[in-house]
Design a protein around this ligand. Structure first.
Ligand code: MD6
Ligand code: FE
Length: 201
């Protein structure tokens, strides 16, 4: 285990006010490639809409929303319902639950076609998410940098999310830290990210 995967999931990557753990690659190259291709082909990818400075824009990044039940997800005045799990998503959810020791009932997926697509600074503290619940993130495809910024001290932390890897944010992380996927001109291939979450009704 330690030989195969040098990442220590007990290490906290944040200096204060939250917990970020990096489990490294859960899958070998072939298995991770297979998941990437399957997710690309079977997920109902949609262009996301956002309102920026009062204008409705369509993001080039694609998104999808899955869950145990048709949970509502409201975003920029449009309400979406979670789709039922696919076989691959259920397998990945089960693996993630086993490795992190937590359970999840929904998953938000993002598809970034190349490095010009990213995600701006945000935190995932929506009121329908379990308070201080764990959010588990699986990455497939292009290796990208991921960044954190403390909301008051402005401290920064960066990590690399590898193909087939698992990262977890938990505790009070969302209350104290923002995170983003920075855009880069250096990457010309696609990345798929899955964030498993717990919605409370
Ligand atoms: C991404 N991830 O990795 C975007 N949020 O493309 C997130 O915004 C994220 O990775 C909450 C927890 C884990 C994440
Ligand atoms: Fe997020």
């Amino acid at each position: 285990m330690l030989f195969d995967n040098p990442s220590d999931p007990y290490k906290n990557w944040l200096p204060r006010d939250g917990t970020v753990q990096y489990y490294g690659k859960l899958f070998d190259q072939k298995e991770a490639d297979r998941y990437f291709e399957k997710l690309l082909a079977t997920i109902e990818w949609r262009n996301d809409e956002a309102v920026i400075f009062g204008r409705k824009i369509i993001t080039s990044r694609k998104v999808a929303w899955y869950g145990d039940r048709p949970f509502e997800y409201t975003y920029s005045n449009t309400t979406k319902h979670a789709l039922p799990w696919t076989a691959e998503l259920l397998a990945l959810k089960n693996r993630t639950e086993k490795d992190t020791g937590e359970s999840y009932n929904s998953c938000l997926l993002n598809l970034y076609h190349n490095g010009t697509e990213g995600m701006a600074w945000h935190s995932d503290g929506e009121s329908d998410l379990k308070k201080d619940g764990a959010i588990a993130s699986l990455s497939f495809g292009a290796v990208r940098k991921f960044a954190f910024k403390h909301k008051t001290t402005q401290e920064k932390m960066e990590m690399i999310l590898e193909h087939g890897s698992l990262m977890v944010m938990k505790g009070c992380t969302q209350r104290f830290w923002l995170h983003r996927l920075p855009p880069t001109r250096l990457i010309h291939t696609a990345r798929i990210n899955l964030t498993f979450r717990t919605i409370v009704e």
